[in-house]
Design a protein around this ligand. Structure first.
Ligand code: SF4
Ligand code: SF4
Length: 179
């Protein structure tokens, strides 16, 4: 077993290494998000986004969001709950089949967890003109396996692992005592 705080440190290092790896080896061939005419379309496309995270990543996101004002945090958790309801997101069944607009995208700011706790799927994702330039999927699978192992060492008794991002955000929101 691993304490959550220690696991969050390890998760942070895993993500940083993965982000550096993608940046160095792939991102230079992708379109530049800073000058994208449809900035955020990738995060808000409710027909496309199905980012899943673990409970540990949700804890990391909560820590990042904790640096924002209480009012802003409330707004984001409310957006997450609204997404769960609007897109009928579940904790069981084929959770990957449902898509949603991500509640962590903030107009004018971008991804609210970009630097510290961005999900692995989002680190891998960018717009590439040539399919051959995309990072091979096994790199993402590899880091997600590591994240899953870390997650299990912290919350061993909890059967829930990968869930849609808004579902985990709703479950760990400040009003939730037990999961
Ligand atoms: S990932 Fe693609 S759609 Fe999203 S901001 Fe970057 S270039 Fe634009
Ligand atoms: S977590 Fe961030 S990068 Fe990923 S879909 Fe949400 S806003 Fe976009």
């Amino acid at each position: 077993m691993l304490p959550e705080t220690k696991a969050l440190d390890e998760l942070g290092k895993l993500k940083r290494d993965y982000r550096d790896f993608i940046k160095t080896n792939y991102e230079h061939r992708a379109q530049n998000c800073a000058i994208c005419p449809v900035q955020g379309a990738c995060c808000l496309d409710a027909h496309f986004v199905n980012v899943h995270i673990t409970r540990l990543e949700a804890a990391a996101i909560r820590k990042t969001l904790g640096k924002l004002s209480a009012e802003k945090q409330k707004e984001i958790y409310r957006r997450a709950q609204e997404a769960v309801e609007k897109y009928d997101l579940k904790t069981t069944g084929d959770t990957f089949a449902r898509t949603f607009a991500c509640p962590l995208f903030e107009t004018g700011v971008g991804c609210l967890v970009h630097s510290e706790s961005k999900p692995a799927a989002c680190i891998s994702h960018a717009c590439y003109e040539n399919k051959a330039d995309l990072p091979p999927e096994f790199f993402q699978a590899e880091i997600e396996n590591k994240i899953e192992r870390l997650n299990k060492r912290v919350y061993r008794r909890n059967a829930l692992t990968w869930l849609p991002l808004p579902v985990w955000l709703s479950l760990i929101s400040s009003t939730t005592k037990e999961i």
